[in-house]
Design a protein around this ligand. Sequence first.
Ligand SMILES: N[C@@H](CCC(=O)N[C@@H](CS)C(=O)NCC(=O)O)C(=O)O
Length: 417
Amino acid sequence: MAPIGTLIGPTVNQRNYKARIVAHVLGIELNTTPSFQMGVENKTPEFLAKYPAGKVPVFEGADGFQLTDSSAIANYVASKGPNNAQLLGETDEERAQILQHSFFAEGELAPAMAGFFYPTMGFAPYIKPAVQAAEEQYFRFLGVLNTILIDKTFLVGERLTIADIIVACNLVVPFKVYLTADDRKQYRNVTRYFKTMVSQPSFKAVIGDVALCEKRIQPPTPAKKDKKEKKPAEQPKKAEKKEKPAKVEEEEEEAPKPKPKSKLESLPETSMKLDDWKRFYSNNDTKPDAMEWLWKNIDADGYSFWKVVYKYNDELTRLFMTNNLIGGFFARLERARKYAFGNLLTLGVDNDNMIWGYFIVRGKEIPEEVTDAADFESFEWTAADHTDPKTRAEIEDCFAWEGPTLPREFYDGKTYK
Ligand SMILES: N[C@@H](CCC(=O)N[C@@H](CS)C(=O)NCC(=O)O)C(=O)O
């Protein structure tokens, strides 16, 4: 596919990332301007004639179509892609929610951030009360987002949408230079969400690895008045200031590669077909029948067992929400259906519960069909020895959803098959 147009503006910029991530997700070619000179090229009469605000990024289509505003551009690029329904929302409700989150990002988060970030970086006059008010606003909005994300991996539905791309891109600079480890602890859901987003392949391809802030950026220290010094304190030059923001390594935009055939297809034949186990499990009592079948037929060289525990159990609230979270995770494990089977259980009580369970997977390692799931990193996968009697009992109780080895009281569960 020929490039649909050019995204004009500096490429190391969180607004610029949005359309490029969309393009990467959908396999759309989009030209960029890596050597763009900020403050120069966007202020020429030619540029201003086309884009009077003089802001970037802007888009110029191969057909001459012109567009400003990063989120509008990201939406437009998405509209040109194949199979874009998931990204743009499948229902009226989803599309409306995507707008809701996009407006929140642009209308609330971004201006509040600008209110403290620009003065702190020296791009705007530093007026302490105004900066403090902007910071307060920003943390209030971050709190809102934190609440929204309590039981969500993605903002809308169970998969990546353009709302995630817009919101997560708005968070890149704060997470890199402003939100300290303490802040990240306080806004844990936002942090988990941000980490999940930036580890998606399309985010990585565009932004690279995001190093989280170690020390918050500090406002410029006023030049000390030295009585002996006659020269006035040197005013930092505007062009120099603009180079200050922490650099993100740029990566070449990768054309999406065709999905390789699963590595698991080249494993030696196994004597136990996973589908046979799934069928037997579905059609028989788990204890003792299905479990006896499994222990008799398991091909220990062809499969491995894994204990799976949610890493953020202490953040879980309502039991039904926890169980929904498992459902969402399983939906995102779709690619692994042929190679994996498991049960994850919701255990405990409202506001004090956990996700715990076991998986059987083809091969001796966790395959990429599993690690590919967006929220794989939210779960601890530990290799389990199914020949150990204690582990075996846990697997049996887990697959049966009952028994003395469940670590907490059983509420509900879901089977991945
Ligand atoms: N809502 C616009 C805001 C664009 C914007 O403020 N861009 C900044 C760079 S990140 C800019 O061009 N500033 C230059 C100026 O204000 O003159 C968008 O999302 O694209």
